[in-house]
Design a protein around this ligand. Structure first.
Ligand code: NCD
Ligand code: ZN
Length: 346
């Protein structure tokens, strides 16, 4: 039996939602992670420090007593966000970062940004105080092919932001393309990227295996195998610019399996087990810790966690629970189409 010990990880991109779903999903994340950046795309979104503080309290109530976990809160950027309020929110410690959704790009993003130029003064103020911006990097123009929306965003929007404000700390979230890996690698030192386990595990064929697979539908949408290979390469490489942001995005099964199904993969439960398997499959297990527990903390300038976890290789593939119950409803848990031998001991 093989075993490795690593610094207990952080997940730099999670969706906890609210109410009953929040209560059910928070413990799934706090089991293996010490900190998470929590997305603000609730209905209505988290727009200011007061709402972030209230939301943080609701999250904290859902953390099991055995787990020590810190939710890091974000504010949803709109064209009306006030830069002075944002500065206060950051300096007081209530808010960790800001999330930029292009309007209409993804789940609950209607009040996002239509015109990047309108938020440049806010981004400039953030650059001055070192407040990070987390970007959902897809254009929303309906004429642009859904598989090209990340690449076009990089060319038309991200490049403009990075050139105008090289000091701004930018995370290009949940990257999915070879172009994104290259742009981030070559970009300035303040530009980094997060990567999800499902974009490492799957290519776009997974949406159409023998029929339509709504549970593999997420945004940015899964891409071709060549892109997945590029993501694997940077994730395995220990390059400090790339780290885990699972984008765990719970939706009730009935809303995924619908004539207009929601985007999002709920992957937090087996995130670490799956990553250990992928890193082992590529003979890069020794680089797992950089990806899950070091690179993100360094970018966000927070301490590296003191706690450790053990990850143990079993002789047989682990058995997955496939559902999380929410009263009479359920959320499907992401499990990959390859065997996973690794189990986490905390
Ligand atoms: C996320 C969600 O459901 O909130 N969905 C997704 O497919 N990733 C939103 C997001 O991060 O884009
Ligand atoms: Zn997300």
């Amino acid at each position: 039996m093989k075993e490795i010990e690593i610094i207990k990880p952080d997940d730099w991109h999670v969706h906890f939602r609210d109410n009953e779903i929040l209560k059910a999903v928070v413990p799934e994340t706090t089991r293996h992670f010490v900190r998470s950046i929590v997305m603000p795309n609730l209905i209505p979104p988290i727009l200011n420090a007061r709402q972030a503080i209230e939301y943080k309290k609701r999250i904290k109530k859902a953390i099991p007593a055995k787990d020590s976990f810190e939710p890091l809160m974000t504010i949803y950027l709109t064209e009306k966000t006030n830069k002075n309020e944002l500065k206060d929110a950051y300096n007081s410690g209530a808010v960790f970062a800001v999330k930029l959704y292009p309007a209409g790009a993804t789940t609950n993003s209607e009040s996002g940004v239509k015109d990047i130029k309108k938020v440049m003064p806010v981004l400039e103020a953030m650059a001055k105080i070192g407040m990070p911006i987390l970007i959902h990097g897809e254009v929303t123009d309906k004429e642009i092919d859904i598989f090209d929306r990340e690449k076009v965003f990089i060319d038309q929007k991200l490049d403009f932001i990075c050139k105008e404000l090289p000091e701004l700390k930018v995370t290009l979230e949940h990257i999915t393309t070879k172009e994104a890996t290259e742009y981030v690698k070559e970009g300035n030192k303040n530009l980094v990227a997060s990567i999800t386990p499902h974009h490492l595990a799957l290519n776009r064929n997974a949406i159409f295996v023998g029929g339509i697979r709504p549970h593999n539908y997420c945004l940015p949408i899964l891409k071709r195998e060549t892109h997945r290979q590029a993501l694997i390469k940077v994730a395995m490489s220990s390059n400090p610019k790339f780290f885990l942001g699972s984008d765990t995005a719970p939706h009730l099964k009935k809303y995924k399996e619908s004539d207009c199904g929601c985007a999002g993969v709920f992957n937090t439960t087996y995130c670490m087990q799956i990553l250990a398997q992928i890193f082992e499959n590529h003979n890069c297990l020794s680089n797992l810790e950089n990806f899950t527990s070091i690179n993100g903390a360094n970018h966000y300038k927070v301490n590296i966690n003191k706690q450790k976890i053990k990850i143990i290789r079993k002789n047989k593939p682990i058995k997955f629970e496939d559902k999380l119950k929410i009263n009479d409803e359920e959320i499907l848990i992401f499990t990959p189409d390859f065997p996973v031998y690794w189990e986490v001991i905390t």
